[in-house]
Structures are given as C-alpha cells and as structure tokens.
Ligand binder design. Structure first.
Ligand code: HEC
Length: 135
C-alpha cells in the first residue's frame, strides 16, 4: 500500500514537472512599441538641424523625439543601439526603405527628397537622444 502511495506521488510530481516545462514560453516578440518617456538632451548644432529634417520626414512614423508611433518603431530602443544599427542603416532605410522584420508595422517606404547629408544629420540627432536615454 505504501509503495503505491509513493509511486502515485512520484507520478504526480512528474506530471506537474512535465506540464510546467511544456507550458508555452512567452512569445518572443517585441511588445514595447513606444518608448515610455524620452529624456531630451542639450542638442548640438548638427543634431538641431537633424531634428528639423527628422520632424519633417521621419517623425510621422517614428514619433516625436524618436519615441515611436502607431505607424513605426521608436529609435529609443535597444535594437537601434549604434552597434546593432549603425548610421549606414539610416542611409539605407531612407534610400531604399525597410522590409518589415523587427516589428509588425509593415514595410518602411523609401523617403523621397532627402540627401545623404541630411540623413547623416538625422542620425546625429537620434544618437544624441539615444545617448541621453541609455542606448
Ligand atoms: C511611413 C512610415 C515611416 C517613415 C516616414 C519613416 N520610417 Fe523608418 N521605419 C518604418 C518602419 C515601419 C520600420 C520598421 C521595419 C521593421 O523592421 O519591421 C522602420 C525602420 C527604420 C530603420 C531601421 C532599419 C533596419 O535596418 O532595421 C531606420 C534606420 C529608419 N527606419 C530610419 C528612418 C528615417 C531616417 C526616416 C526619415 C528620413 C524614416 N525612417 C521614416 C516606418 C517609417
């Protein structure tokens, strides 16, 4: 009788272990689509010029101060830290657009009427805000 109880307990523990193990892992998805709050640093001359271009051409999707919007991702986010998305990725994005791969906003279309020099200033602006927000 005692053996049966021990076996039953063992089976119960085993089953508990099995079901907790096989529980679905949390979806590996980026759920934060907007930066909660953004600290704005003192901007240098280039960053200020970049801000103007950014507000004209990028903010509609990437949000004010890079905080994101319902049309595009925030730049104040770990995945856009400089060593993961270098400044050249800004040039490429503006020129050729971006196929949706990190998020679910859809593709980014190429941005018309912007030069490499302007995009470089936008990158300077974004890097300044990122740095002030620990990215
Ligand atoms: C019409 C909306 C829209 C506009 C306007 C827009 N973007 Fe984007 N952008 C997106 C979306 C959406 C993504 C995310 C794609 C993904 O990874 O899922 C993105 C991604 C990016 C990326 C990441 C590229 C990569 O390699 O993952 C960069 C850099 C970028 N945008 C820069 C810019 C710049 C600079 C401007 C302005 C000149 C701009 N975007 C304007 C929608 C936009």
């Amino acid at each position: 009788m005692r053996n049966i109880v021990i076996v039953a307990i063992a089976i119960l523990l085993g089953a508990t272990w099995f079901f907790t193990q096989s529980k679905d892992a949390p979806p590996d998805q980026i759920t934060q689509t907007q930066a909660p709050s953004v600290t704005i640093p003192e901007l240098g001359t280039d960053a200020k010029i970049g801000e103007t271009f950014y507000n004209a051409k990028c903010a509609a999707c990437h949000g004010k101060n890079g905080a994101g919007s319902d049309k595009g991702p925030p730049f104040i986010h770990k995945i856009y830290e400089p060593n993961h998305h270098g400044d050249e990725s800004f040039q490429r994005a503006a020129k050729m657009g971006v196929k949706s791969h990190h998020w679910n906003f859809g593709d980014m279309p190429p941005v018309a009427g912007i030069t490499r020099a302007e995009v470089a200033k936008i990158a300077t602006y974004i890097r300044a805000i990122q740095a002030a927000n620990g990215i």
